[in-house]
Design a protein around this ligand. Structure first.
Ligand code: SF4
Length: 225
């Protein structure tokens, strides 16, 4: 198990299941795609992108997958592409980030009581992971919810993140339908909140506005107070 890939058990200090493996190549299609992208862009990260943020956070944000010129290039979720500015500026306004911008994986941005991961850790062609890839990568997401885990609210950005979060918790998607700003009380002490993804399409078409996203985060802030 890689250093930094596992979260310690809060009571024993023993390592738990891994939330991330920087050398994972369990998805052959994605591994070979990353190899090709690395040849075209030698300066890009081009590996499974690790979760970012507070290891003991109460809020876990789940996105879809790294973007080609965003997280796949920089090595930090939602950093370097269209989606990042809307997400991080909203997190800052809601008190979940120390700054309104994520410039690189090595800047001094800190997430506060917040952690960001993706349903799929590797860049998928055309931003579309296949079902078996989502299933395979779910092991890492599941590890975020180990019994002694700190997560109290999950914010799922989009349908795939919503379904992946439910799968990670062994819950049926049919019982918890996705909807923007839908709030699902999954079990005592654990709530799933949905939002449309902060994608270019959703924000440019007005499907998701800054005010709508701020309202979701304000709701979550209230639930964690
Ligand atoms: S998507 Fe997930 S399971 Fe598949 S190779 Fe990447 S890290 Fe491994």
């Amino acid at each position: 198990m890689k250093a930094g890939a596992s979260r310690p058990d809060a009571s024993t200090g023993a390592p738990q299941a891994s939330t991330y493996d920087p050398d994972c190549r369990r998805c052959p299609r994605l591994a070979s795609f990353l190899d090709r992208v690395k040849l075209e862009h030698p300066d890009y990260f081009c590996r499974p992108v690790p979760p970012f943020g507070d290891a003991n956070a109460k809020l876990l944000i789940v996105g879809l997958a790294p973007g080609l010129h965003g997280a796949n290039a920089t090595g930090r979720p939602f950093t370097g592409d269209w989606c990042g500015p809307m997400l991080f500026s909203a997190l800052y306004r809601a008190g979940f980030a120390s700054a309104p911008e994520s410039r690189s994986a090595t800047d001094d941005l800190k997430l506060i009581n917040c952690r960001i991961s993706n349903a799929v850790k590797c860049l998928p062609p055309a931003n579309k992971p296949e079902l078996d890839e989502i299933r395979r990568c779910n092991d890492y997401l599941r590890a975020e919810f180990e019994p002694q885990g700190s997560i109290r609210v999950i914010l799922a950005l989009g349908q795939i993140a919503h379904r992946a979060s439910l799968t990670a918790l062994s819950l049926k998607a049919a019982a918890w339908p996705f909807g923007h700003h839908a709030v699902h009380l999954l079990q005592p002490g654990l709530t799933l909140v949905d939002s449309y993804h902060v994608s270019r399409y959703n924000t440019q078409t007005g499907r998701l506005t800054v005010d709508m996203f701020d309202a979701v985060l304000a709701d979550i802030r209230g639930r964690l107070s």
